[in-house]
Design a protein around this ligand. Structure first.
Ligand SMILES: [Mn+2]
Length: 405
């Protein structure tokens, strides 16, 4: 039996570089037919949210019907995003079988394979789904496949925390999971995250796609095979600025670094690159002046026959300052104060805490309380505080040198 496994399509949320909010779903249907699989499994978060239902209903049903016509069966479990949409879909379409509704483990047989799955009963689930696992669902005469949307390796999570031990205890030889958008095998376990079939945003770097599962003489599973599906990919490229003194050289260094990085990937399609600047940055250089995006999100860096490389208007400044902090800290005045702060980990910790507090408070103000609340981790807050201190010191140093010149 051949099965195509996918999860986290988040239909209704249009990835920036995709043609539509259902482009990934369309690509999955096409791939399933092309590979002539018997079954497509969907491990949750197929639909972005309740509100997207109207816009995705048409394409979702059309795809399911197309698979049905081809004799391909579809089995799904609900995730934290589509827990309320999936039961409705199960009622409306006979082209999909949804397992484990209301959070009750359930099995379903297709030929010699038994599918065992559990769906989110609500948008949050702090209990491990394995605490209610029904061992009697296993059938020794059939090969089983587990389907679950869950947060692996977490002790505490609002999204169905599971651990390797409980997973192994089920005795199920292969699990295909949804939730984390980066696909791949989990440790040494027999579980895989499918990953999002199309990268949804710049953070989802690397190749994205689906997995092909195959039974071997009906007794075991072959190793799941990753099948790339996404026509574009996000990458992060490092550019070392040490020894560079003028903007033109810095621009050349960017192009060269990206070329070298792309060459070792040898990809095709579109690659959208964000830059991380590292090394020592000369105080006269302003990273914002390296490329003028003029309000656009990206610009074409270069194009080969079946490859297009875009430079994204997003860059991280992870450079160090090209001055002797120890020397500077001995002096007096604002520069010395900043230098001392940068050398003092306690002061940076405090600055981080202030950042964290201000960010949390900003969500309570009337202008911002409609936004989805994000939480800034302490580590990230300290990093931002240090970055701001460095930038301020750099600006002061540049001014001083200009003055002296
Ligand atoms: Mn999820």
């Amino acid at each position: 039996m051949k099965i195509l496994a996918c999860a986290d399509i988040h239909m209704g949320r249009k990835p920036e570089l995709a043609q539509s909010g259902h482009a990934a779903w369309d690509a999955i249907i096409q791939k399933a037919i092309e590979l002539a699989v018997d079954v497509v499994v969907l491990a949750g978060d197929v639909v972005e949210q309740e509100k997207a239902w109207l816009s995705v209903y048409g394409p979702l049903l059309a795809g399911l019907n197309k698979l049905k016509q081809e004799g391909i069966q579809v089995i799904g479990v609900g995730g934290n995003h589509d827990w309320s949409v999936f039961p409705r879909l199960a009622e409306e379409s006979d082209a999909i079988e949804i397992l484990g509704l209301k959070g009750i483990w359930e099995s379903y047989d297709i030929k010699d394979v038994r599918f065992i799955g559990w769906s989110f009963p609500s948008s949050h689930e702090e209990q491990s789904p394995f605490s209610t696992f029904d061992a009697s669902l296993a059938d020794d005469s059939r090969l089983t496949l587990g389907l679950l949307h869950a947060d692996w390796g977490q002790q505490h999570s609002k999204y169905a925390p599971i651990d390797e031990h409980a997973l192994l205890n089920t005795g199920i030889p292969l699990w295909m999971l949804g939730h984390i958008h980066k696909g791949g095998r989990l440790g040494v376990s027999s579980a895989y995250y499918c990953g999002s079939p199309f990268a949804l945003d710049v953070q989802e770097t690397g190749a994205h796609g689906v997995y092909l599962l195959e039974t071997e003489q009906g007794r075991t599973w072959k190793e799941p095979l990753f099948i790339p599906l996404c026509p574009y990919r996000y990458e992060i490229c490092e550019v070392n600025t040490t020894g560079i003194h003028d903007l033109e050289s810095l621009r050349r260094a960017v192009t060269k670094s990206v070329r070298t990085y792309i060459d070792q990937l040898s990809p095709s399609g579109t690659v959208a690159v964000s830059l991380v600047f590292t090394g020592y940055l000369h105080p006269s250089l302003d990273l914002h002046q390296v490329f003028s995006f003029e309000g656009s999100e990206s610009e074409l860096l270069f194009q080969d026959k079946d490859l297009e490389v875009l430079l994204l208007n997003r860059q991280e400044d992870a450079t160090e300052l090209d001055v002797d902090l120890n020397q500077l800290a001995k002096g007096s005045g604002p520069q010395a104060l900043l230098a001392r702060m940068l050398k003092d980990s306690k002061a940076l910790e405090q600055l981080g805490s202030t950042y964290q507090r201000l960010e949390a408070e900003s969500f309570n103000t009337s202008g911002f309380n409609l936004l989805r609340q994000t939480s800034l981790s302490h580590v990230e807050a300290v990093k931002r505080g240090k970055r701001a201190t460095l930038q301020l010191l750099r600006a002061m140093e540049a001014q001083r040198r200009e003055h002296e010149a």
